[in-house]
Design a protein around this ligand. Structure first.
Ligand code: DLL
Length: 433
């Protein structure tokens, strides 16, 4: 047994009593040290001591990304700067970046969480981890790195980019586990093929993919193309980075949330009401062990549901479904709500379609229109024009049948859509420009 793994199979009652204690300690700390929380609690007429059960959590106000921005850069830190040993930040492509800090203990907690994620994926000391998550302000690279070392595995800190060199490394160093975004994994497979290297001949046994939504059909695609077992890892910088939740290799179905460190809730994003297990809504997370940057009821904007059913792996931590998308990425096409991942699912089922696509949303005459640009395989593309027209009609019909929305379909030549080095930019929303 390594690290805190005994927490993972603990009876719920014991786990929940630990959660409550940790929550109460966190609330007292943030009330005493972060003016933002003191003000919010005062406004709600609540004192940390009023939280006597886990259910009382729902009486507390939410924290939003805007709150973090309003307190840019360090206003939400709960410890003096001299105790902060690391800073990460979100890319901030829309507005100010959000900045997060870690104490030495936070870094250790995070490394343990990632070690537990890797173990859940079946990794151990003998494994060689090809870590192609970006290193830098993004939490993916360094987050996985410290966890891999904590586990005692060998980590190759290759980061994103320089793809051809990555192929040589994968061939020569024989890594057994690939950690990257799912879109970059596909790019690596393609680059390998160009160099005459088949991914299936490499030593990879598992891939730990996250940082962007990916569908079950994408899992099938990745597993077939790369010849490995694909598992989902979830996290966000505001909470800690990767390592908030992870699929186990036994079930590969739903991500266990590390509930000894985080309390999850699912809410109706419109009303803020907490929803019962099984219902889909926005994930809200409270950290209960973080020192430098604790967050109370953080609205992640990620859409999922909680599944309390026992898992074959024996973990008692609840699972969340694969994230279907973000509330702010949901497209409303003529009144029908649709996530990019749902379109991905439909595309992946069609023979001759490659897993590279982009969704372009425009507004014409006050109506939203969707154009699906999708790459087709070499074989399909070399067909004559009539065949291509027929093919795009078929794709449009499938989208209409499954999702009830009409989309224009544009077929793109193989390898013409820009490949991502990290998170793929799937949606181009011209309505926001
Ligand atoms: O993406 C942390 C991470 C790194 C997770 C490596 C997994 C692996 P941020 O850059 O702050 O942090 O972005 C967080 O990415 O709110 C989700 O919308 C999305 N996201 C992360 N993991 C998944 C996943 C990292 N497994 C935002 N499935 C989150 C779907 C994910 N979306």
């Amino acid at each position: 047994m390594i690290f805190d793994m005994e927490y993972e199979t603990m009876p719920r009652e014991a786990l929940e009593s630990i959660q409550l204690k940790r929550l109460q300690t966190t609330l007292s700390r943030v009330y005493a040290t972060v003016p933002f929380y003191r003000k919010k609690f005062d406004e709600a007429g609540l004192l940390p001591g009023d939280v006597k059960t886990l259910d009382d959590l729902r009486r507390l106000p939410f924290t939003t990304k805007q709150d973090l921005r309003d307190n840019y850069p360090f206003g939400m830190f709960a410890v003096p700067m001299e105790n902060v040993v690391r800073i990460h930040a979100s890319s901030g492509t829309t507005g100010k970046p959000t900045v997060v800090g870690y104490t030495a203990r936070d870094i250790n907690t995070w490394a343990e969480l990632i070690a537990r994620c890797l173990a859940a994926a079946g990794a151990s000391r003998g494994d060689i981890i090809h870590n192609a998550y970006g290193y830098g302000l993004f939490t993916g690279g360094l987050g996985i790195h410290y966890g891999a070392e904590k586990l005692g595995a060998s980590v190759i800190p290759v980061s994103g980019g320089n793809t051809k060199r990555q192929v040589i490394i994968m061939k020569d160093f024989g890594p057994t586990i690939l950690t990257s975004t799912p879109s970059y994994a596909l790019h690596l497979a393609e680059a390998a093929e160009e160099e005459g290297v088949s991914f299936r001949d490499l030593k990879f046994k598992s891939g730990i993919f996250g940082a962007e939504p990916w569908s079950e059909d994408m899992r099938t695609e990745l597993q077939n193309k790369l010849g490995l077992k694909a598992m989902d890892i979830y996290g966000l910088s505001e909470i800690i980075g990767p390592g908030v939740a992870m699929e186990c290799h036994e079930a590969q179905k739903g991500l266990h949330i590390y509930e000894d460190h985080f309390i999850p809730e699912i809410i109706d994003p419109r009303t803020g009401e907490v929803l019962p297990h099984g219902e889909t809504g926005e994930l809200v997370i409270t950290t209960i062990t973080k020192e430098a940057f604790p967050v109370i009821r953080y609205r992640t904007r990620d859409v999922t549901s909680l599944n309390p059913d026992p898992c074959v792996c024996g973990r008692t931590h609840y699972r969340m479904d694969k994230i279907s998308g973000r509330t702010d990425d949901m497209l409303i096409i003529r009144g029908v709500n649709v996530f990019p991942s749902q379109i991905e699912s439909v595309l992946m089922k069609i023979e001759g379609v490659e897993p590279h696509y982009q969704l372009i949303v425009d507004r014409e005459d006050k109506l939203d229109t969707l154009t699906v640009v999708v790459e087709v395989s070499e074989g399909v593309f070399s067909d004559e024009v009539k065949g291509l027209q027929q093919f795009s009609t078929t794709i449009g019909n499938e989208i209409k049948d499954y999702l009830g929305i009409s989309a224009k379909v544009r077929l793109a030549e193989p390898k013409s859509i820009e490949r991502s080095q990290g998170k793929a930019a799937r949606v181009i929303d011209n309505r926001k420009i």
